[in-house]
Each structure stands twice: as C-alpha cells, then as structure tokens.
Write a protein that binds this ligand. Structure first.
Ligand SMILES: Nc1ncnc2c1ncn2[C@@H]1O[C@H](COP(=O)(O)OP(=O)(O)OP(=O)(O)O)[C@@H](O)[C@H]1O
Ligand SMILES: [Mg+2]
Length: 252
C-alpha cells in the first residue's frame, strides 16, 4: 500500500480541486516522490491537466468502483512529467454502476504495493460514490477553498462526510487540511474568512494559500503543470510552497 493517499476534495464545485491535484502531484514528483494521480471526477480534468485521456473501452479509475477484479496496473498511464502516472477518468461514468462497497478502490490501490510513494485522488464535488470511495481509501484530505461567503457550505458538508467515513469504513482517515485558493489578501472579506478558518480549524491545518494567477488556467490548457508552463509565475511559486506544507503535514 502506498504510504500516503491524499484525497483532494470539497463538496462545492469550482474550488480549485483539480488545479491543486495536478500541481501538487507535479511538485511532489519534483521532490523525487513516485506519484499516482487518480482522476475520480468523470469530467476527466485531472487527466487533461497532464494530457492523458481514456478512449472508449479503456480501463479507467471508475472501473475500480464497480464489480469485477480488474488489474489496476494495466489502467495506469505514464505522463510527460517524470514521476507522475495517471489513472484516467471514465467520462461516461454513471453513479449507479458503482458498487455499494466503498472499499473497492482502496483494495485495488493496495494491489500496487510499494510502486508509489503517494497517491493523489481528484474528486468531484457531489457526495456520491466517487467521493465516498476516495475518502474510504484516503489517509488525509486536502481541501482547496476560496475565501468567500459560500466557503462554509462545501467545507462543512465535506467535514461531515470525512467524519462519517472515519467512524465507519475508514478509521485511518484522520488528517484534514485546508488550502485557500484564488487568494487576494487585500480584500477585507478574504481576511475575515481566513481568520475564521484559522479559529475553527487551527493554524496547522490551514496551509499557505494559492494566489489568483491566470498562468494556472493557461497551464491546464497546455496540458501540463504550471511549473513546466511558466516556472516564474506566482502559481508555480505558490504550489511549490504548498507542496512543502503537504510534505511536512503528512510526512510524505
Ligand atoms: N489560483 C487560481 N488562479 C486563477 N484561476 C484558478 C486558480 N485555481 C483555479 N483556477 C481556475 O478556476 C477554475 C476552476 O478550477 P478547478 O477546475 O481546479 O476547480 P475544481 O474544484 O476542480 O472544479 P470542479 O468542481 O468542476 O471539479 C478553472 O478554470 C481553473 O483554471
Ligand atoms: Mg475538478
């Protein structure tokens, strides 16, 4: 079993989950870690971020939510980024094809043995089978969130789900940490919400934030991590620092 499985999650859509999953994976690999990025969002954006797509009939990450003993090693694709492999999404996945058993993904990851140091799982916002399977497999949850009025909705819904999962199918799920994204700390509203999050979750669980930077969206369009797209950008700098926090917090 890989030493660390980290689910990137938030029950609110468009909070920078995929951007974070892609760039944290790349930054961990730059530090010499062998990383598997599992794309559990049927939008397939985490795979896109590395230029990896599943064709019709290919084995995908979503096949490991259902019945049937597929070989996970066969579904894994290399990327142009050394150290990062991707398990792509099934863009035609339907929730009803998932098994009732949330632990299937976790069991399939265990078959990979020591092949990876870290598994990063990108998840969709809905509290459905893919997110539940990711939490059942994870040791930690990284929650990207904007500092806005609606921040708490997705965060609280996810915290409840994490708590339920830890009490039920996955007692090893413990550590939850938050990364503020699209940060512009000159805005008073953002300062206030950040202060509230620090009070609520504690300083050690709030990682250094990611500033707003168009280079992150451009990198996605170029199918590569921001470090490879524009190494001098704010986005590249911020994800470099975030990786430091991730490594320290989860002892990766
Ligand atoms: N720090 C940032 N600065 C500027 N744009 C960003 C930043 N982070 C993310 N974005 C952009 O915001 C949009 C949403 O980001 P992303 O796709 O990572 O969110 P998501 O949480 O994965 O969304 P979904 O819930 O649909 O899966 C994308 O267009 C992305 O390029
Ligand atoms: Mg996404």
């Amino acid at each position: 079993m890989p030493s660390r499985v980290i689910a990137v999650a938030n029950c609110k859509g468009g909070t920078g989950k995929t951007t974070t999953a892609v760039n944290v994976s790349a930054e961990l690999a730059r530090r010499g870690r062998r990383v598997l990025l599992v794309d559990l969002d049927p939008q397939g954006h985490a795979g896109f971020g590395f230029g990896v797509f599943a064709a019709k009939g290919d084995l995908t990450a979503h096949d490991f939510l259902g019945e049937g003993g597929h070989d996970m090693a066969r579904a894994i694709r290399p990327t142009r980024s050394a150290g990062v492999d991707v398990l792509p999404a099934d863009r035609s996945f339907r929730v009803r094809s998932a098994s009732e058993d949330q632990r299937r993904l976790s069991a399939a990851l265990a078959t990979l043995g020591e092949r990876y140091d870290t598994v990063v799982i990108d998840t969709p916002p809905a509290a459905e089978a893919p997110l539940r399977a990711a939490l059942a497999a994870a040791g930690g949850v990284l929650i990207p969130t904007q500092l806005q009025h609606l921040t708490y909705d997705g965060l609280m819904q996810l915290s409840r789900l994490v708590f339920e999962t830890a009490l039920g199918v996955n007692p090893t799920l413990r550590d939850l940490a938050i990364v503020p994204v699209q940060v512009d700390i000159r805005m008073h509203l953002q300062q206030r919400i950040l202060a509230e999050l620090l009070m609520e979750f504690g300083h050690e669980r709030i990682f250094r934030g990611i500033r707003t930077d168009v280079a992150l969206a451009e990198a996605f369009g170029s199918h590569c991590p921001v470090h490879d797209h524009r190494r001098s950008s704010r986005g590249a700098r911020d994800y470099d620092l975030l990786a430091e926090d991730v490594v320290r917090f989860w002892k990766i």
